[in-house]
Write a protein that binds this ligand. Structure first.
Ligand SMILES: [Zn+2]
Length: 265
């Protein structure tokens, strides 16, 4: 006699990008995937480490696929994946790979399981396409950081001093993550987490924030502005995450193996 309860597994289809993976047993992997409509989720890719498995390619980090999942008791199962983009150019270079991994790690750290944010998905995908298309990896990462912070409501305020609304024409201003932006030096005690940056940096932030992704390659950022922007955003992100990101060490290492454009501080 047939059970009144259906034994067919519920399935759903969604575009997804692999952000992390760990091996499971001898042939499987647990993938952490950022999906467009379900946010971050974990799913088992059964047999994906077996030679010739159709899930082998789609289980690689930052591959973008149309995925089909079956609802499992503990973890959902990735049953099928049609690769839309595997980003071969990113993979061909250790520097772009390191930057792509950094984008994935930021998405991972800033998102909770099953909290959909389609805009965040689009920002990640756009960042990967920028790297694939040869946009400066460092500026791509800074652009991505600014977009991500804006989407999550953590955007640092660079437009003017947060206390008096003015901005000096030259000299230094203080950037403070706890303040959420910049303060001029005339406005009283400096925040304890303040970091001095040239006021000239602000015009570079504006240029980057307002640029279309396909125009980033045209921006000319001197080494000093790159270094200061990286420091400021890293400091802000660190404050937000309250932890350092593992991949920043890897990034630093990968850059020291190629021709570095910035000198490490
Ligand atoms: Zn002020």
């Amino acid at each position: 006699m047939r059970s009144v309860y259906s034994t067919a597994m519920k399935t759903y289809v969604n575009p997804g990008i692999v952000i992390r993976r760990i091996d499971l047993g001898e042939k499987d992997r647990i993938l952490t995937i950022y999906t467009k409509d379900y946010g971050k989720l974990s799913a088992v890719a059964k047999g994906c480490r077996r030679p010739g498995s159709k899930l082998a390619g789609p289980s690689e980090p930052f591959v973008y696929s149309k995925m089909m999942f079956a609802c499992g008791r503990d973890l959902d199962i990735l049953t099928q994946a049609d690769v839309r983009e595997s980003f071969p150019n990113i993979r061909s270079c250790i520097t772009t790979t390191a930057h792509a991994i950094y984008l994935l790690e930021l998405i991972d750290k800033f998102s909770e399981d099953r909290q959909p944010n389609a805009e965040l998905f689009d920002i990640l995908l756009s960042g990967l396409y920028m790297l694939e298309g040869g946009t400066d990896p460092e500026l791509t990462a800074r652009y991505f950081e600014l977009q991500l912070l804006r989407t999550l409501g953590y955007e640092p305020h660079f437009e003017a001093c947060l206390r008096c609304g003015n901005l000096p024409r030259s000299g230094l201003v203080v950037f403070s993550p706890s303040l959420g932006g910049v303060q001029c030096q005339l406005c009283g005690a400096l925040p304890s987490d303040g970091m001095l940056v040239p006021v000239a940096l602000i015009s570079y932030v504006k240029a980057l924030k307002t640029a279309e992704p396909n125009r980033i390659r045209e921006l000319q950022f001197p080494a000093g502005a790159r270094r200061d922007l990286a420091r400021v955003l890293k400091w802000h992100i660190r404050y937000r995450l309250d932890s350092d990101l593992k991949s920043t060490a890897f990034l630093r290492e990968s850059q020291s193996n190629t021709a570095p454009q910035v000198s490490p501080r």
